[in-house]
Design a protein around this ligand. Structure first.
Ligand code: ADP
Length: 402
């Protein structure tokens, strides 16, 4: 170390040589001080990097472009079982299952083009023949001239993550089976109940209090039947059993039928149901029953989440090759953070002043799945709480051959 005039300590490499006169007598000495700051810094950076790699929890391996292993960190030893002495110099295919050797060719080809391979999920082989699931990130290593001379590979053990995913998938499947069983079992008693209620109500039609009770029974049973049907749909969708019977149909006519069948419900809630004129017609290839279900659900939601005196508007328009139905309301609105999430299963917005309005939070999830099965798109819009909402359904129009 040398002390500079300004007090800085400068790391140096030094050397010394004697100066002799022609007769060989020692005359003096040349001292050479070389500033070694840069050299020390890069040695420090190298040591720093090496210690990061040594302590990494991910296996870090490097190899030549013909697939010979050139370095192997302690995490690689933990994951694959080989010590550096055993594996360095060996072909990388030692840790690749035979049937995946082609995969290595694909990775090497990408590396030669200078490309990186990110989070590539695959299988590797340990020293004792066990298979481990890994996520690989492989990047090219270049020399000072920029030529690709090898590759560094980071392997993360994802066995545990994959197992957790499998457990979650199985739990999800059991949930779908449970929902299907519950819905089936509940559906059974509903039809005879409605039938029996209808008989009782017809027989006693003269007495007003019985008639009132009958109305309640009928409405509540209807509500229960809808919930049960929704549950069945959710479990069908979960198991990929939601099938459509598509036909060419006029979306304008369908939407018009839906709104007129629900008109009395809006009148009873003292809401105005407006049809933006003219609804017009637009042909789509769709399932009549399922599309009716989608728009009835959106209109019933608009009715449910709009206070007395509010207005709900239905509009249909054509945009390029799409038929677009917009159902907007002047109701309680949806906070921005919930606009996408209202389509999640069992999602319900918590409103500070609203009591819960019944429902399971599955209607919009089914609506979205149904719209997507029609190659369409559904979106919620709102300026925020208390400022109304709009649901926009976009379906590709059916191009009829002339
Ligand atoms: P729910 O049975 O709860 O109505 P949905 O899946 O139909 O279930 O709707 C999910 C949630 O989205 C509702 O609980 C409600 O919070 C919100 N939501 C749906 N439609 C509207 C609307 N028109 N205005 C305000 N909020 C709505």
């Amino acid at each position: 170390m040398l002390l500079a005039g300004d007090g800085r300590e400068i790391p140096i490499d030094n050397g010394a040589a004697p100066i002799r006169l022609s007769d060989g007598e020692l005359f003096g000495v040349v001292l050479v001080f070389r500033d070694a700051t840069e050299q020390r810094q890069s040695a420090h950076a190298r040591a720093w990097l090496a210690s990061i790699i040594q302590s990494s929890n991910d296996a870090v391996i490097s190899k030549t472009l013909d697939g010979k292993i050139t370095s192997w960190n302690p995490a690689a030893t933990r994951l694959f079982g080989y010590t550096p002495e055993e594996i360095i110099g060996q072909p990388i295919t030692k840790i690749i299952p035979t049937e995946l050797h082609d995969e290595e060719e694909y990775v090497l080809a990408r590396l030669r083009r200078g490309e990186q391979v990110n989070h590539f999920e695959t299988m590797r082989l340990t020293k004792n023949g066990k298979r481990v699931e890994v996520s690989l990130t492989v990047s090219p290593i270049r020399n000072d001239d920029g030529e690709i001379v090898g590759a560094s590979k980071i392997a993360r053990d994802i066995t545990e993550r994959k197992q957790t995913e499998q457990i979650l998938r199985e739990a999800d499947q059991r949930k779908d089976e449970f929902l299907a069983t519950v819905a089936h079992e509940m559906r059974g008693p509903l039809a005879p109940l409605r039938h029996a209620a209808a008989i009782v109500c017809r027989a006693e039609h003269a007495r007003p209090e019985v008639q009132k009770a009958c109305g309640i029974i009928d409405r509540q049973l209807g509500q229960l039947a809808r919930l049960v049907d929704d549950l069945l749909d959710v479990s069908r969708a979960g198991t990929g059993k939601l099938h459509l019977n598509k036909e060419a149909l006029d979306l304008g006519e369908l939407v018009d039928n839906v709104q007129s069948s629900l008109r009395s419900q809006f009148e009873a809630s003292h809401q105005e149901l407006v049809v933006a004129s003219p609804v017009g017609s637009a042909y789509v290839l769709g399932d009549r029953i399922r599309l009716t279900q989608v728009f009835a659900n959106l209109l019933q939601n608009a009715n449910k989440y709009t206070p007395k005196g509010g207005r709900v508007t239905v509009a249909l328009r054509q945009e390029q090759k799409d038929a677009v139905v917009i159902i907007s309301d002047t109701g309680i609105g949806i906070p921005a953070a919930m606009l996408d999430r209202v389509f999640d299963l069992f999602a319900q917005v918590e409103h500070s002043h609203e009591r819960t309005r019944g429902g399971l939070g599955i209607g919009l999830n089914i609506a979205k799945r149904l719209v997507e099965l029609h190659d369409g798109h559904i979106e919620a819009r709102s300026e925020g709480e208390g400022r109304g909402s709009a649901f926009v359904v976009r379906l590709p129009m059916f191009e009829r051959e002339e």
